[in-house]
Write a protein that binds this ligand. Structure first.
Ligand code: CMC
Length: 385
């Protein structure tokens, strides 16, 4: 906080509460994360994405019938309209996958007859369609980027399995499926992070839910937020050999560069999501490829150095994005899809927040402390220097 003209300015809204919510608790001191009261570890061990999406949207774990219901709704919404596939095809190779995703997700509104129905029931139905279709868009972006053509979804598959099927054109291995389940659950929600706040700002104007989610995707792209997963893996690529790790990190820190995948506004201890992903990465080592083994060694050496230097002293620890890259590589996911997959998963959290916030909507309209000139005399252009 700084004091300006007698007003308190909270740079980056640090320390400001923007809403009351029952969706997610981030305990930044103890390093704990809960969705609707359930610890993230329990969900990542036992659940799957459809169940977590239900939990986030409805506020409780589904019974068997309710789970079957959301699975069916999501499966039925999976197929992409031809116009959306055309947008993806047209932009492929010309734009970053996050830009393609932003445009394609926005275009979904054209194919939803309920787009202007702002009733809670319609917004819930639209949310389920969005959560399903954003994943189909991401898989199709990956597929077309690799030179393939659209793979129609398989309604008999679960969400993660169908995602990998639409991406690769074949059924995934057990390992790939396990990885995607974990990643989809871990990234589904994280309280009032930047992209969720961006979603809420757009939604608070009573713009429709497609507009709100498109705002969320735009905000997620940046390397200080969701884009950090790609940036972290690109750094590991640049480091190249594990023996270069320490000199690379020391050099970057000396040059005042940030190390992507470390630090967090709320967690001042180890991010519980990073802990789960790291444990997963370590456990998959015996069967890992040489490439994954190399990234893992780099990641572990970088982690040790960063934690020794900045952990206890500065509260800078690995976050969810640091170990994600090598795990995605183990699942055969190309680096440019990491952040789009984050968005596919986070669409559940974004929608849950909109449904909750709209129950008691209030337009977001913060203030600025104006520190410029005032009452200047207007000078005609021919008299200006
Ligand atoms: N590497 C080196 N120094 C860092 C890092 C880092 N990753 N993160 C923070 N610092 C330093 C920063 O340089 C600053 O130092 P000083 O006070 O000497 O200027 C101090 O810590 C405070 O940093 P800040 O950026 O002002 O603090 P913040 O609360 O805005 O930071 C953050 C949050 C996530 C933007 C920041 O830690 C960062 O840029 N990390 C790297 C990007 C990243 O991994 N983002 C993903 C975040 S978690 C998942 C998600 O949201 O998507």
């Amino acid at each position: 906080m700084t004091e300006a003209a007698g007003q308190r300015v909270s740079s980056g809204l640090e320390g400001v509460y923007i809403a009351e919510s029952t969706i997610c608790k981030v305990d930044g001191q103890q390093g704990r994360l809960y969705y609707r009261g359930y610890p993230i570890d329990a969900l990542s061990k036992n659940s799957d994405f459809e169940e977590v999406a239900y939990l986030l949207l409805y506020g409780k774990l589904p019974n068997r019938q309710e789970l079957d219901g959301i699975r069916k709704q999501m499966a039925e919404a999976r197929d992409l309209p031809r116009g959306v596939i055309s947008i993806i095809t047209e932009m492929s190779g010309k734009a970053d996958p996050m830009d393609i995703l932003r445009t394609a997700a926005s275009s979904l509104s054209a194919y939803d007859p309920e787009v202007s129905d702002q009733s809670p029931e319609a917004n819930l139905r639209k949310s389920i369609r969005i959560i399903s279709r954003v994943s189909s868009i991401v898989a199709t972006i990956g597929r077309i980027n690799e030179g393939g053509s659209y793979v129609a979804p398989d309604k008999s598959m679960g969400h993660e399995e169908n995602f990998l099927y639409m991406l690769n054109g074949k059924k995934p291995t057990e390992r790939q499926l396990e990885i995607m389940k974990d990643m989809f659950i871990i990234h589904a929600e994280h309280s009032s992070n930047a992209s969720t706040f961006g979603t809420m700002v757009a939604g608070s104007t009573l713009a429709d839910i497609y507009s709100a989610i498109t705002a969320g995707i735009s905000v997620l792209k940046g390397p200080l937020h969701g884009g950090a997963d790609e940036a972290a893996l690109r750094m590991m690529k640049e480091i190249g050999s594990p023996n270069n790790t320490e000199s690379y990190i020391e050099g970057a820190l000396a040059g005042k560069k940030k190390i992507m995948g470390f630090g967090h506004r709320v967690y001042k201890t180890y991010d519980p999501r990073a802990r789960i992903i790291k444990e997963y990465l370590v456990n998959l080592q015996p069967d890992a490829s040489d490439e994954v083994k190399r990234y893992t060694e780099i990641a572990l050496r970088a982690e040790k150095l960063m934690v020794d230097k900045l952990g206890q002293s500065h509260g800078i620890w690995p976050n969810v994005d640091f170990f994600a890259g090598p795990v995605y590589v183990a699942a055969g996911i190309p680096v440019e899809l990491f952040t789009p997959i984050f968005a596919a998963s986070r669409s559940a959290g974004w929608c849950a927040h909109m449904l909750e916030y709209w129950k008691n909507n209030k337009l977001f309209r913060p203030l600025e402390v104006y520190s410029g000139d005032i009452d200047l005399e207007y000078v005609p252009i021919e008299n200006r220097k």
